[in-house]
Unconditional design. Structure first.
Length: 127
């Protein structure tokens, strides 16, 4: 496997660490490790930039879905400084996954996320 493939997988692993961090301090640290300082996050519900705003979006999602964690669904497909992957939001209690999506990320020269373009593939009824 080329070294660049590990670069993409490592970036996605840091991305999930940020989304699954369970305390404000851990979340802020994980976002800083995953995203470039001027990194962005855009999905149908948010369009933010910078560590503070990205951390706030993640905190809001964690508050809306307590007892859930984000998990990679399949593999990471990457080339150059771009990767795509799918994910699910999974209940740690019963394994249900009411939310799923697909994201495309771009990386900077240090392997940190420059931008996330997110798509929601499955959402709960009424959400």
């Amino acid at each position: 496997m080329p070294a660049t493939a590990h670069r993409h997988e490592d970036a996605v692993a840091r991305y999930f660490e940020a989304w699954n961090a369970d305390s404000p301090a851990a979340r802020a640290k994980a976002v800083a490790a995953a995203w470039a300082e001027d990194g962005t996050y855009t999905d149908p519900l948010a369009d933010v930039s910078g560590h503070e705003e990205i951390t706030a979006v993640i905190a809001a999602a964690r508050e809306q879905f307590p007892g859930f964690e984000f998990r990679l669904n399949g593999g990471v497909d990457g080339h150059h400084g771009i990767a795509r992957f799918s994910w699910e939001l999974v209940s740690t209690a019963d394994g249900s996954a009411p939310v799923a999506g697909s994201d495309v990320i771009t990386l900077d020269g240090q392997g940190r996320i420059r931008a996330v373009l997110g798509f929601l593939d499955r959402v709960p009824a009424g959400a």
